[in-house]
Design a protein around this ligand. Structure first.
Ligand SMILES: NC(=O)c1ccc[n+]([C@@H]2O[C@H](COP(=O)([O-])OP(=O)(O)OC[C@H]3O[C@@H](n4cnc5c(N)ncnc54)[C@H](O)[C@@H]3O)[C@@H](O)[C@H]2O)c1
Length: 357
């Protein structure tokens, strides 16, 4: 068990992003000193719509014990210096180039950020604070498109697994190699392996959270990343949403960033070494794109306009939802507390507020 002393600190990378900002707010409320690392790289990856400065300013305004560090995690020396100076009690690593489609056009930026940036942080942690839990936000893209090889059933509005073995979703034992990952999936897999290795080889308390769709009101959703956030934004702005293949019946499981953060806290309190968890909303909080349209329409009262493009995105999952049983077994105090409807209503409210400015 990790012992608390007065004003322990937590280091959060990607602190202006969806997950990072939620983690900062959560730990600030739990009376930690919070150090956020972000350089608004999301705006470089995705243009002005991906800008996360608004969220950085919000944290600086609202959290008295929050300190922002304008730092690129690719800058090895500065990462080593910062971690050495702060010696945080917990590290949450949520900075990334997060889009598989975008990675194709920026392979060096993608790999340097996702793989090398993670190594920079791991090595800094090993040198400065090897006993501090290191929680890494990984992705279900580490499984490549292997889930698409599973037998599926076509239902009226969604695909589902036909094999009863996967009735609860994809477990952590699913194969990670010999499938198509996208460059993003490969750079994240490299990071995921390093995080496991620092756990196993150096016995550090590390874990990888292989996310499904992580979502919530503070996402700066863009077409290439942040499925529900972007979909809601399109609805509110009366923009046409483009569906790429699979008849719009492709299934994602959605987890609210608050439930992600609650799991991070549980792990930090009782860490293990080199663990991996599939972190999503599970079957109960899964939906297809067509189903998401209907859910969002209920809250906004506006019909979603869309066009259908026959070609699917390369490597896109046809049906993916996470098997949450390992998370629940290791951390019985954790479970999903925010269902899909509530999550969507919060995203709608947040966009209505942000778009009003
Ligand atoms: N949101 C999802 O659906 C989802 C799904 C699976 C996995 N994940 C993973 O979870 C993590 C967090 O995702 P998110 O949705 O919060 O992403 P996000 O893009 O909202 O936040 C990431 C933040 O990291 C910052 N950043 C990027 N590169 C940086 C760099 N080189 N130096 C410093 N800061 C940098 C960005 O500016 C951004 O604010 C990522 O690792 C992502 O791959 C997210």
């Amino acid at each position: 068990m990790h012992n608390r002393s007065r004003m322990d600190s937590v280091l959060v990378t990607g602190s202006s992003g969806l997950i990072g900002s939620e983690v900062c707010a959560y730990f600030a409320k739990a009376a930690y000193r919070v150090h956020g690392v972000d350089n608004n790289q999301r705006a470089s990856f995705f243009g002005p719509e991906g800008d996360t400065r608004w969220n950085q300013y919000r944290l600086q305004r609202e959290l008295p014990c929050f300190q922002h560090h304008e730092l690129d995690i690719r800058n090895r020396q500065k990462v080593l210096d910062l971690v050495n100076r702060i010696r945080p009690k917990i590290i949450v690593h949520a900075a990334a180039q997060p889009s598989h489609d975008r990675a194709t056009t920026i392979p060096f930026d993608d790999f340097d950020t996702n793989a090398v940036g993670t190594l920079n942080l791991l090595e800094a942690a090993r040198q400065a604070c090897p006993e501090s839990p290191f929680i890494h936000l990984s992705t279900n893209k580490v499984y490549g498109d292997a889930p698409n090889q599973l037998r599926l059933t076509e239902l009226e509005t969604r695909w589902d697994y036909a094999d009863p073995e996967y009735a609860e979703g994809i477990p952590e034992t699913f194969p990670i190699d010999q499938s198509l990952h996208s460059l993003f999936g490969a750079s994240k897999l490299a990071a995921d392996m390093m995080v496991q290795e620092y756990g196993r080889y150096f016995n550090m308390p590390t874990c990888c959270l292989r996310g499904g769709c992580l979502t919530g009101p503070n996402h700066s959703g863009v077409e290439l990343h942040g499925f529900l956030s972007y979909l809601v934004k399109c609805n509110l702005e009366d923009r046409e949403y483009q569906i790429y293949g699979y008849k719009g019946k492709q299934v994602r499981d959605n987890i609210h960033s608050h439930d992600v953060t609650r799991f991070i806290h549980e792990f930090a309190k009782n860490p293990r070494s080199g663990e991996v968890y599939n972190l999503g909303g599970g079957k109960a909080n899964s939906c297809s794109i067509l189903e998401a349209f209907v859910l969002v329409e209920r809250f906004t009262g506006r019909r979603q306009r869309y066009t259908y493009v026959e070609d699917n995105r390369i490597g896109d999952h046809i049906c993916y939802y996470s098997d949450l049983r390992k998370m629940r077994a290791h951390y019985p105090r954790w479970d999903i507390t925010i269902d899909l409807k509530q999550t969507i209503s919060e995203i709608v409210e947040a966009w209505q507020r942000r778009l009003a400015f």
